[in-house]
Structure formats: structure tokens, C-alpha cells
Design a protein around this ligand. Sequence first.
Ligand code: AMP
Ligand code: MG
Length: 315
Amino acid sequence: MTHAPLLILPPDVDGVARAAAVLRDGGLVSFPTETVYGLGADARKDRAVAGIFAAKGRPSFNPLIVHLPDMAAAEKYCVFNDDATRLADAFWPGALTLVLPLRPDAGISRLVTAGLDTLAVRVPDHPVAQRLLRAFGGPVAAPSANPSGRISPTTAAHVSAGLGNKINALVDGGPCSVGLESTIVSCVGRPALLRAGGIPTEALETCLGAPLALPDDPETPQSPGQLASHYAPLGTVRLNATEAQSGEVLLGFGPVSADLNLSPTGDLTEAAAKLFDYLHRLDLMGATRIAVSPIPDRGLGRAINDRLRRAAAPR
Ligand code: AMP
Ligand code: MG
């Protein structure tokens, strides 16, 4: 979507219906949750999700939390085991995010999961967030609505000051009950704490009847910051390649003849939207040597290059 002046909407049924329409059009909508204001996009649309990273100016692609109105909706996108069901029954709606196996046919953009086969999901407790998620009727990817590296927003004024010219709509639901971020628990294997937050660990352990594994525990292979770096294509990666050498598959950018082109017109948002999908396709093609065109190191290009440098690092 193009960026017309920011649409500031009231949190009533009408305002929320208009916000849902913006999400349906692939736009970016900031909305209140009980933790902080979120910056939401349709989690099934690559370009909309790329827009989140562009608006925040994030220098890397961290996986995003998908927001849903209830457990039944969450079950469409990921697989709950007994532990996950117990935690969701006890703490949803609320400040608990669960990392669960992604259903392969869920239709979630690979940019949301940073190419992982797990998905972080949360059911927020804020009435305006609930109203919006129900009006929209689909999965909403939403990190905090602040420029990367800045303080998380707890009022609509914070959001419009930080991102006002980069998003399409803002639902003003008043100040958030200044919350901590959500607690993140992985229920892939033994339940593990990935991030401390609004729900205390003790309450989770009482519910589970067992201690949580901790992020630095060798039994917990995944900690949020590092996790994304685990995803790399199977083939070796050579960066800043002006053309493919024999035996190489070229992942192009800009007006080059390539096996796969992230954006023939050199559009960084389009390239970001396609990146993880194309890395997967290279695996499916059986590419053992991958050459990648130079990508400008500005805007979303920084996050793209961060991901590609990790993919190219010796393993
Ligand atoms: P934020 O949306 O800014 O509150 O941050 C989301 C957090 O969830 C980040 O720390 C992510 O690394 C983490 N996260 C999201 N998806 C996953 C996932 N599939 N596995 C592990 N951590 C995740
Ligand atoms: Mg944040």
C-alpha cells in the first residue's frame, strides 16, 4: 500500500472495521495490546510483512509473533501438544507466547518465521486487539510499533511520533497497561523458557507440574535471538556475484539474468518479501553452489544482507 496520511481510528466497532480493511489490503496497522502497541500486518502476505521490517528499520529479520483471537484460531496454524494446550488453557488470553510446530499448509509468510518450521503465537487480552483480530479474521504478525532500537510504545502518540509516516493506520485505544513483553515458551520438545516476560516462570511451572528448561540449558537448542541464524540453505553461498560461474545457481537482484530473481526492478521490499521463499526453493532445486547478486546495503537491504552473510558464513 502507498502511504497516504496516517489514518487515526477510534477503537469502536466502526474504527476497527476500517483497520481490518487496511490489513486486508496488505497495509500496516498499529493497535493496542495489553503489553505495548503492536505493528500489525496480514501474516500470510509476504509484502505486507516485509513492510513491517521496512517501517521499523530493523537491521535483521527476527521471527515475528502471530496474534490470534483464540486457541481455535491458533490451532489452524500450529500443532498443540498436551503441554501447549495446558498453558494456553491457563494463560490465554494473556501475555504468553507459545512457540509451536508450524502446520506446513498454514499459509504463513516465511518472512514471519524467518524460514523456521516453528511459529510463535499469542492470544492478546486487550479488548481492542480482540475486536480487531475478530474483525480481520486472519493471522496478524505484530512486533512492537517502534522504530528499531527505540523505546516500545505504550500510547498512540508514541506510535505516531515514531512511525506516523511509515504506517497506514493506527487504532487509538488509549495507554497500554504498561506491560512487560510477553513471556515466550517453546513447546517444541520439553517446554523451555525463551524469554522472561509478563507471566512469571513459577506460574508456568506450577501449571505444567515440571520445571521449564532455560535458554542456556543444553537441552534448549533454540534461543530467540540466535534461532533465526540456524536457517541457511543447504548449498554454499557466494555473495556479491556479478554473474554465476559454472555449476552455480544465481540468486539475482536487479536487471540480471538469473535462475531466481529477488526483484528484477531492484525493489528492496519485494526482495525481502521473496527472500526466505527463494532460499527454500534453492534447497528444493538441489542447488549446491549459490551465487547472489550484490544487494545495496540500505533500508531493507541491510536486513537482507545480514541474512545472506549468515547463510554464507562457514558452517
Ligand atoms: P517481539 O515481537 O519484538 O516481542 O519479539 C518476538 C520474539 O519472539 C523474538 O525474540 C523472536 O526471536 C521470538 N520468536 C518469534 N518466533 C519464534 C520462533 N519460531 N522460535 C523462537 N523464537 C521466536
Ligand atoms: Mg520490540
